[in-house]
Design a protein around this ligand. Sequence first.
Ligand code: PLP
Length: 243
Amino acid sequence: MSAHTEDYQAFLAERRSELLERIAQAAAASGRDASQITLLAVSKTVGPDEVAAAVAAGYDAFGENRPQELVRKREALDAMGLADLRIDMIGNLQRNKINQVIGRTSLIHSGSSEHLLEGISKRVVARPAPPITCLIEVNVSGEATKSGMSPEEAREAFPRMLELEGVRIGGLMTMAPAASPDAARRTFAGLRELRDGLERSHGVSLPVLSCGMSDDFDIAVEEGSTLVRLGRIVFDQAYAPVR
Ligand SMILES: *Cc1c(COP(=O)(O)O)cnc(C)c1O
């Protein structure tokens, strides 16, 4: 291993302990146990070598936002002896790309429409492949630039999505508006309230709340996040928070 890689790995390990400490503090602030919270390292801006360095630094779960890149990382990491490494699909997924991710990921965060979840169901059944866990992506803040179902759409379509063969609804995912802590908090709280309501009215368990990124993850954990998706703050030595 080159000195450069060793330095980078040391940076990753040190940063990881800081992040786990911040997650623990935010969890404690809301009376929760930090062991319920997954730190997903979003590796979309780095290559397979950096992912391997992150594994050596203690990370065990990664996220990719493009199907092609997920495939490329999966193949490179398989060849590096990391075939069991968890890589979640977190970004926009078009129906014609679904087949690329089936069998290569066990959690799709970006279930942004009923139509897409139906497409995943059809392809899983057609293979046949084991059921895949999907989250419903909800546009809680209502910003036009964000993908996902509105809370009303999610509530309306929920009973049908629950019935989809080959798809297990594991919870909800959202993204908060940038650079406004108050709006971020309202968004995360809204996601949690939607989850609680769906659990109550349908008698199901939706354990995963995927929310919180580099600039807002402490707030997300305080508001109930069970999985934070962190990219820049994990991998970028020059990262500086915007708030
Ligand atoms: C890139 C990305 C992240 C991570 O964002 P950072 O601000 O770098 O932490 C999280 N979720 C999704 C869907 C992303 O595309």
